[in-house]
Design a protein around this ligand. Structure first.
Ligand SMILES: Cc1cc2nc3c(=O)[nH]c(=O)nc-3n(C[C@H](O)[C@H](O)[C@H](O)COP(=O)(O)OP(=O)(O)OC[C@H]3O[C@@H](n4cnc5c(N)ncnc54)[C@H](O)[C@@H]3O)c2cc1C
Length: 416
């Protein structure tokens, strides 16, 4: 079924009786060409591009819960491509370009809103670093604008310019950054993949891998064994646990990241704003709520809930940069499990086991990567070659000395 304004109008006039379920509920078949483990944003996008762009016909996505129950439905919805290093920047710029066409591509309203993202600058060395970053962005064709204090005052008069512990001196503004309705992304990809014959199997947990003589031939699941020529793992915060079933130890630790939403307010924020002297970022949803977050809870856990010290820390960050946020009432908060890699950058790679592939290590920035990650993973699975924008995301990069340390903070996931 093709969605359009005309279709909505016609259904409205005829009692909304013509809508159909958006994806099927198939039982697992005994074997597939490609099995994707994990029905989050990246897994569903991979399935969609495998079917649409690479002509793969026998693909299944196995999801232990329901699709959208993981981080794809828990994130703060920010998209951007303001990266510096050449291992990362072209990949994230590809992703941002794909966001720009996504809704037409999969015929689903994902509320892509390029309202811009602003990184605040508080001192001279930080300005130097952001100038360098902006130049790096220009080199890959991305947009970046350096604003001075006057420019920030005009754009965000509500920020604390009078009495701030860390005075605001300017900012790096990416106009094409913004927000996207996160769960609609999962639904849009699921619908597009299902339409092209992908089996999306919910309530199907992968509990083991069938590996013989160094070759992965299928998976064990809570709904029985399923054979596959290729198995593609894509389970975000569960990466270490799932890959341990294949005997692999990953350079990834899992931590919780929390998100917060206030009551609905009149439009006040021009776009996404990030505090440069602490860890706090905020945007405003289309319903009016301020959506914000900050640091991860810096201990390792697989629990999807966080603790109070980080709540206090995030709220302090908000108060330090925009004291008016103290008047807003908090409505909801939740946590998601982050797959924190040792250098803050992801993996899209084959493993040493033939037929077993891995995508993960997205830390708290994997939502914006969803389209490019899905496309590049599909490219790798279908052609057995990495996509040109994802050649650096290798599992052996710590052995070969090719870490992609975007923040320059070393192997300390809680600082990335
Ligand atoms: C609070 C918060 C805020 C964030 N904000 C942003 C942001 O603003 N911008 C941004 O770019 N990124 C953000 N992120 C990060 C982003 O959400 C993640 O990096 C990204 O969603 C991870 O990829 P995914 O969507 O595939 O993960 P998920 O949706 O978590 O998908 C993984 C799936 O695997 C399934 N699974 C696990 N184990 C198994 C198994 N054994 N068998 C079968 N299935 C299994 C899980 O149930 C889950 O559905 C944020 C994350 C959180 C938690």
């Amino acid at each position: 079924m093709r969605y359009s304004g005309f279709k909505v109008l016609m259904e409205g006039l005829t009692g909304n009786k013509g809508w159909k379920p958006v994806w099927r509920e198939p039982d697992p078949k005994p074997d597939y060409d490609i099995i994707i483990v994990g029905g989050g944003g990246h897994g569903l996008a991979t399935a969609y591009y495998l079917a649409k762009e690479f002509g793969e016909k026998r693909v299944a996505v196995l999801e232990k819960g329901w699709i959208g129950s993981g981080n794809i439905g828990r994130n703060t919805t920010i998209i951007r491509s303001n990266y510096l290093l050449k291992g990362n920047q072209p990949f994230y710029e590809k992703s941002l370009k794909m966001w720009e066409d996504l809704e037409q591509d999969f015929n689903y309203n994902a509320m892509v809103s390029q309202r811009g993202i602003l990184n605040l600058i508080h001192n001279d060395p930080q300005r130097d670093a952001f100038v360098r970053r902006g130049n790096g962005m220009h080199l890959s064709g991305a947009d970046a604008v350096l604003l001075d204090e006057k420019g920030i005052r005009e754009m965000c008069p509500f920020l604390d310019f009078k009495n701030a512990r860390f005075p605001i001196r300017g900012g790096l503004w990416q106009p094409r950054g913004g927000t996207v309705r996160h769960d609609a992304v999962a639904w849009g990809y699921a619908r597009g993949a299902d339409e092209r014959g992908v089996d999306i199997i919910q309530n199907c947990e992968v509990t083991g891998f069938d590996i013989q003589d160094g070759v992965c031939t299928g998976v064990q699941t809570s709904r029985g064994a399923i054979k596959a020529k290729k198995v593609a793992v894509c389970v975000a915060g569960s990466s270490s646990r799932v890959m341990a079933q294949a005997g692999m130890r990953l350079p990834i630790e899992s931590c919780v990241l929390q998100a917060f939403v206030t009551e609905g307010l009149k439009p006040v924020l021009p776009g996404v704003i990030t505090f440069g002297a602490g860890h706090f970022y905020v945007s405003q949803s289309d319903k009016g709520g301020l959506v914000f977050g900050g640091d991860i809870d810096a201990y390792n856990t697989y629990a999807q809930r966080g603790n109070l010290p980080v709540v206090e820390d995030v709220c302090e960050g908000g108060m330090a940069v925009m004291p008016m946020i103290g008047r807003a009432r908090l409505l909801r908060m939740w946590g998601g499990i982050m797959d924190m890699s040792m250098d803050g950058s992801p993996f899209i790679d084959k493993t040493h086991i033939d037929g077993l592939y891995f995508n993960g290590g997205w830390c708290y920035g994997g939502f914006k990567a969803t389209p490019a990650s899905g496309y590049c993973y599909a490219h790798l699975l279908s052609t057995d070659r990495p996509h040109e924008t994802a050649t650096a995301f290798r599992l052996d990069r710590f052995m070969t000395g090719h870490a992609i340390d975007e923040k320059g903070q070393g192997a300390q996931p809680n600082l990335h």
